[in-house]
Design a protein around this ligand. Structure first.
Ligand SMILES: [Zn+2]
Length: 378
């Protein structure tokens, strides 16, 4: 990945390149930024630059053997680490069975969220983590001689998913570094890392993208039409992973359709529609149910924001705006807090493994009662 493929962050990129050229390369570095801000993209561009045989001032050359290997995600001196789940029948829990999926994901781009990665792994109901076995495997790989004779680079996405025993293994690796090795951690939650790890890395803060920069990136780097890019940048608050996820889902929004049908059923206390809705809800699986409830909370919040005329804070697609223009009059002071509470309760029930159908029916009856509440006469 070239620096030219990273959206925004020019000054940060220049700093990283300068450090590389002057051989002031810290042995362990932490790229920290929210989902879709570009921490992973920057780490990749930096890794390519470090190993490029003819780096220019502005970027890697893009044509040397090392750059070509990077472009195919097949560089022998770059090792990847990411959260995964233990595959069935696997003796040790290592990332090996998932490396192909990771390579595909990275060939598609560097703006990736946990949700996208779960989808690719088909691991909807599983807990992802980085295992102790994986740490031992990384230790072995980094102990090998560099293939191209330069840096050996290890990029670890979401180190916050490590358990303490795993983190301690990596800590040991950081304290006794193998020769010519650079460890790049890419995190969304630096606060969840062991303090001992945080104190041993050079920290690189990757700020959120400004909305106009995100929109420009969606047009230039991902070929979206300007109007769609600007709308998605706005809706996702500059999070490119979320914007691209929404672009991929297309204009027909199943979540919005589901929500609007559900609200109609709740309003009318339509028993048959509620039962259908509960089947549909149950079929989403636990992660999908949580996602949908998040989405419902988002729409309820946005209904209220719209009331106060704070339109710059409203983060909605055109379809959602059309829906809320009619629906938001049912959400008001008298019921909004309880509606939010009902959705949050349902979310914790789902997270706590309560049966999806039961959660949905119970929630629907609560929502019916709340929607029918009259707005304050004053
Ligand atoms: Zn090169």
């Amino acid at each position: 990945m070239l620096f030219a493929d990273v959206v925004g962050h020019e000054a940060l990129g220049a700093k990283l390149r300068e450090a590389a050229r002057s051989s002031r390369v810290a042995h362990a570095q932490l790229f920290e930024g929210h989902e879709g801000a570009g921490a992973l993209a920057l780490a990749r561009a930096y890794a390519q630059y470090l190993t490029c045989s003819q780096p220019g001032e502005k970027d890697s050359c893009g044509v040397c053997a090392s750059c070509q290997a990077h472009a195919k995600l097949q560089h022998p001196d770059v090792h990847w680490c990411f959260p995964f789940f233990k595959a069935d029948g696997q003796d040790k829990a290592t990332s090996e069975p998932h490396q192909a999926a990771w390579r595909e994901a990275m060939l598609d781009g560097a703006y990736l969220g946990v949700e996208d990665w779960l989808d690719r792994l088909g691991a909807d109901r599983k807990q992802l983590f980085i295992s102790v076995d994986e740490a031992l495997e990384v230790n072995r790989k980094l102990g090998l001689k560099s293939f191209h004779g330069g840096w050996k680079i290890w990029i670890c996405w979401l180190p916050e998913t490590m358990r303490v025993d795993t983190a301690n293994k990596f800590l040991k690796l950081m304290e006794e570094p193998t020769d010519q090795t650079v460890m790049l951690f890419v995190t969304q939650h630096a606060d969840r890392l062991l303090a001992t790890i945080r104190s041993r890395v050079q920290r690189i803060h990757v700020p959120n993208l400004a909305l106009d920069m995100a929109a420009q990136g969606l047009v230039q780097n991902f070929g979206l039409a300007p109007a769609q890019a600007s709308s998605l940048a706005h809706v996702s608050d500059g999070n490119l992973a979320m914007a691209l996820r929404r672009a991929k889902a297309g204009s027909d929004q199943p979540d919005l359709d589901r929500f609007s049908a559900w609200m109609r059923a709740c309003w009318a206390r339509d028993g048959q529609a509620m039962v259908q809705g509960s089947d549909d809800f149950a079929s989403l699986g636990r992660e999908g149910q949580k996602r949908f409830l998040h989405y419902a909370l988002h729409l309820v919040r946005q209904s209220i924001v719209g009331h106060y005329g704070v339109h710059s804070l409203v983060r909605l697609t055109e379809g959602e705006q059309g829906f809320l223009a009619k629906f938001s009059r049912f959400i008001h002071h008298e019921n909004v807090l309880e509606l939010r509470k009902a959705l949050e309760d349902a979310h914790s029930d789902v997270a706590g493994n309560v049966n999806g159908k039961l959660v949905f029916v119970d929630l629907s009856l609560r929502v019916h009662r709340l929607l029918r509440m009259p707005p304050d006469a004053n």
